[in-house]
Design a protein around this ligand. Structure first.
Ligand code: AHM
Ligand code: MG
Length: 322
């Protein structure tokens, strides 16, 4: 197997930037700041079993779900790392109801950052993989003024970059800036993200399906039929498929990105819009999967074409191999 050349994330970002003659280096700076936040969160996640940080805080987030301390830590860390780099005009987080303003001295940036600080948070107590997801847009409000809600509510196809970090058996950062998908594994010894997955292409076909089958009763008859179809035996089409569902969307997504497959969080009779959030979860993975040669739809249309109506809107999602 050909060896990938030894390249840090920082170096890779610079090399990518050189390909764009008019690049100002702002996006590179932004990605660099994000990787710093990811390293700190990774360290904290790895310590989670050791320090008194587990358990519920007793607070709820804007979706009425119980929030764990590590979510808040990740949310705070991202704001702390990102709000004074001069690259952003506004941010939004899954853990905060309204947009997050950048302090006046620094809100001069041309970019907008949206993030899910810790996806799969119900898995923290069990040492199961969790992750941070991010999405970057160019501002649409006038330069020099504070960023607005309108800056955050853009269609997914307008993303400039998107990525995620999975805190798993190792920590991996995967991102796209519209020129392929690249993965960098954190070397815990010297604290650098090293290129480990160059230009990821998701397999066109695979045998993995990922869905919470506990919701079967509430599914649309068409979906029930489709899942049944995947479970039937048929040598020619490679069925039955095999089920894999972690309960951390980003970890499920990452496995399927590498091995191929389909991840689904559909609408059902109890949750007419599914569960996952368009701005923090669906749009970033949709951008990444399309860059990797796959697809992401809500059942009717391309995820990246959905016109967002509010910051925390949920949409059904089917994402994976073509
Ligand atoms: P979170 O962002 O609060 O962690 O919630 C999103 C998570 C996804 O990671 C995961 O796919 C889904 O919720 C699991 O939900 P369910 O338990 O309904 O299958
Ligand atoms: Mg989430």
């Amino acid at each position: 197997m050909a060896k990938i050349k030894f390249l840090t994330l920082a170096r890779h970002i610079i090399e990518e930037e050189k390909k764009h003659p008019h690049a100002t280096g702002e996006l590179s700076g932004l990605l660099h700041d994000l990787s710093l936040a990811a390293k700190v969160i990774s360290l904290e996640v790895n310590k989670a079993g050791l320090v008194d940080i587990l358990g519920f805080t007793g607070d709820s987030n804007v979706h009425g779900e119980r929030v764990k301390k590590l979510d808040i830590f990740a949310h705070d860390m991202l704001i702390w790392a990102m709000d004074h780099g001069g690259h952003l005009c506004v941010m939004a987080s899954e853990e905060e109801e309204d947009i997050i303003h950048i302090p006046p001295k620094y809100n001069i940036g041309k970019y907008v950052l949206l993030f899910d600080p810790l996806d799969g948070s119900s898995n923290i107590d069990a040492n199961v993989s969790i992750g941070t997801i991010f999405s970057i847009y160019r501002r649409v409000s006038p330069a020099g003024e504070p960023g607005t809600l309108e800056d955050c509510l853009q269609q997914g196809f307008k993303q400039v970059a998107a990525g995620y970090v999975v805190y798993g058996s190792s920590t991996i950062l995967v991102y796209t800036a519209g020129n392929g998908v690249h993965g960098f594994t954190l070397d815990p010894a010297f604290g650098e993200f090293i290129l480990s997955h160059k230009n990821i292409q998701t397999p066109k076909k695979s045998k993995i399906y990922s869905i919470n089958e506990g919701n079967y009763l509430y599914w649309h008859p068409g979906l029930k039929k489709y899942i049944k179809y995947l479970q039937e035996e048929d040598e020619q089409t490679g069925r039955p498929y095999t089920g894999r569902y972690i309960g951390s969307m980003i970890a499920d997504f990452h496995r399927n990105l590498l091995y191929g497959g389909i991840f689904m969080y559909p609408a059902d009779s109890r949750n007419p819009n599914g569960k996952l959030r368009l701005m923090y979860e669906c749009n970033p993975v949709a951008f990444i999967i399309e860059q990797a040669g796959g697809k992401a739809i809500d059942g009717k249309q391309r995820i990246l074409d959905i016109k967002p109506e509010n910051l925390h809107q949920r949409v059904p999602i089917f994402v994976g191999s073509e």
